[in-house]
Design a protein around this ligand. Structure first.
Ligand code: TXA
Ligand code: MG
Length: 313
């Protein structure tokens, strides 16, 4: 692939306009969302989508999320349902992705869906993402802006560390607030939680008034859900009370440790800090031990990412 100089754009009016113009030209731009930085390309331009896979070094069977500015824009792409309407009203804009059947005339490159009959759509809440999507005026395909298999980026520095020279620009708006990726909900049949994330499963159940089916193996519907993912270079050991040998301890709640996700035991604070903490500890070149995180609310998404970081590879 061609190496290029990656621009670092300030997320002001001029920077956002420049980023929108680059996307319309079929170039790749990393942009902030409330969850993590995305690696954006125009979803209607097959070559731009192909370049996303190339820049990430990602297996091409892994489908991408189409980002749009509003629920109205999403309804142009997918077959809408009653459940989708209720969930969009409750959580959009925000960290929830809905997988729905593609609608005729959607115009999205089949590389985005990797040939599936369904499309993952999301309306991000970050004001910079909102402004960018409004200006592009169409769907932007965006996986997290990290090389395939590596930790997701929550700052522009993380993006540049992994992708500098491989994308046209990064729109820098500082650290992301939520810190774990969106929750992915399959709605093409009975509602299925395909990936835990920034909206807790319990909150979705409250809106739907029904229990969600959990499908975290995702073998068929979400081919991207590889067991080893979000991986630091270092070995990762979970549910650790203390560091052993050379390990650095990533803590949660009041405890002695090298770095604490949230000393007060706040799961939202821990989610926002998670990927930056893994990046920081990984840079020290020693194995990482992680304290237990409660399996409720955002803790479900945090533990999912941690299990992938620790999986054998
Ligand atoms: O928070 C997020 O969702 C971030 C930001 C940038 O928006 N994006 C993100 O994208 O996490 P990515 O590509 O890293 O993860 C997308 C996941 C993959 O696991 C993929 O398999 C799944 O979404 N996916 C996409 N389209 C799908 C579909 N039609 N059916 C099932 N799963 C799908
Ligand atoms: Mg990712």
């Amino acid at each position: 692939m061609d190496m290029q100089t990656t621009l670092r754009l300030t997320a002001d009016t001029a920077g956002i306009a420049r980023a929108a113009a680059l996307l319309s030209e079929g170039r790749l731009v990393s942009f902030p969302t409330e969850t993590v930085y995305g690696l954006g390309g125009d979803a209607r331009q097959g070559r731009a989508v192909a370049a996303i896979y190339e820049a990430k070094g990602r297996p091409s069977f892994n489908p991408l999320i189409a980002h749009v500015a509003s629920a109205e824009a999403a309804r142009d792409l997918v077959a809408w349902s009653d459940e989708a309407e209720r969930l969009a009203a409750a959580f959009w804009p925000g960290p929830l992705t809905l997988v729905l059947p593609l609608k005729e005339g959607h115009g999205v490159s089949s590389l985005v869906t990797a040939g599936l009959e369904t499309l993952a759509v999301r309306v991000p809440a970050h004001p910079v993402a909102q402004a960018l999507l409004e200006q592009v005026g169409g769907p932007v395909a965006a996986p997290s802006a990290n090389p395939s298999g590596r930790i997701s980026p929550t700052t522009a520095e993380h993006v540049l560390a992994g992708l500098s020279g491989r994308i046209a620009a990064v729109l820098d708006a500082g650290p992301c607030g939520v810190g774990v990726e969106s929750t992915i909900l399959g709605l093409s049949g009975e509602p299925v939680l395909l990936r835990p994330g920034g909206v807790a499963g319990e909150e979705i159940e409250a809106v739907l008034g029904a229990w969600l089916k959990r499908d975290e193996s995702g073998a068929i519907t979400a081919p991207g859900q590889l067991a080893s993912h979000y991986a630091p270079e270092a070995a990762v050991r979970l549910n650790a009370d203390r560091a052993e040998g050379d390990e650095l301890l990533l803590g949660f709640g009041e405890m002695a440790c090298d770095l604490n996700l949230s000393a007060s035991g706040d799961l939202a604070e821990a989610a926002a800090a998670l990927f930056a903490a893994l990046h920081a500890l990984d840079a020290r070149g020693r194995p990482i031990a992680v304290a237990p995180i409660p399996e409720r609310g955002l803790g479900v998404a945090i533990n999912d990412r941690l299990r992938r970081a620790a999986a054998p590879r």
